[in-house]
Design a protein around this ligand. Structure first.
Ligand SMILES: [Zn+2]
Length: 242
């Protein structure tokens, strides 16, 4: 099975996956752009979750087909148009950037890590990791902002953490998704390598540590501000912007 993967790095499939609830929310398009991007990057690495998502979507389609015909005549044309307007309104510009097609292309599935070294969904945001200008946050921690914080609290960034460096211990005001692009990190919940997705909610405090011999580069997406619990973390918070 691993022989089909073109790059040795891809021979290892992810061990940490999004919850079913998160996959369903992704499939339904109800995640913000940053969270969607994190899930899409994991999907680029993970045939299992692509299969699960396909099942979820097939089930959703079947449920729609089984619904009795909608009594359209009971709705006024104005109300229907109004609803369509609202559904297509750019109230959430993230929707326009939905990443759904990116994993479903067979090419993406069979070659998720091309010459750029980046999974396909990320290439819309950064051309390559080498071309980025990393901003120093703290000793051993550098950052590139991918999506600035939105009014609803969503944000996404890349972090580059030097081996042995620990991030400040922190809790979360909402959901935080971390996908590893290279290297490894560990926290109270497990150890994460390339393609692994860590899903942490508002009830969890953790302290990730880059624990391999190379930099750990990961994508971190949040939907609400982090709550730092230590002095160092509180000092860093304005700079991290999470
Ligand atoms: Zn998975």
């Amino acid at each position: 099975m691993t022989a089909h993967h073109p790059a040795a790095a891809m021979a290892l499939l992810p061990n940490h996956h999004p919850s079913d609830a998160l996959l369903v929310a992704y499939g339904a398009g109800s995640l913000g752009e940053g969270l969607s991007l994190a899930v899409a990057v994991h999907l680029a690495h993970c045939p299992d979750c692509r299969a699960t998502l396909a099942e979820v979507e097939a089930l959703g389609g079947a449920l729609l087909e089984d619904l009795p015909p909608a009594p359209l005549e009971s709705l006024s044309l104005a109300a229907t148009l109004d609803r369509l307007d609202r559904e297509e309104a750019p109230a959430n510009p993230c929707k326009a950037l939905r990443l759904k097609p990116l994993w479903s292309k067979p090419k993406a599935a069979s070659a998720p890590q091309p010459a750029t070294g980046l999974p396909r969904p990320l290439r819309a945001y950064v051309p390559s990791l080498d071309s980025l200008s990393w901003q120093r946050l703290a000793p051993g921690v550098r950052r590139v902002e991918l999506l600035p914080r939105t009014a609803s609290g969503g944000a996404a960034q890349l972090l580059r953490i030097a081996p042995g460096t620990a991030l400040p211990h922190h809790g979360h005001g909402g959901l935080e998704l971390t996908v590893v692009l290279s290297g490894h990190f560990a926290d109270e919940l497990g150890r994460y390598g390339p393609g692994d997705l860590a899903e942490v909610d508002g009830d969890t405090n953790h302290q990730p540590i880059a624990d391999s011999h190379r930099d750990c580069i990961c994508l971190i997406a949040t939907e609400a501000p982090l709550r730092f619990t230590g002095l160092m973390g509180r000092l860093m918070q304005p700079f991290i912007g999470l």
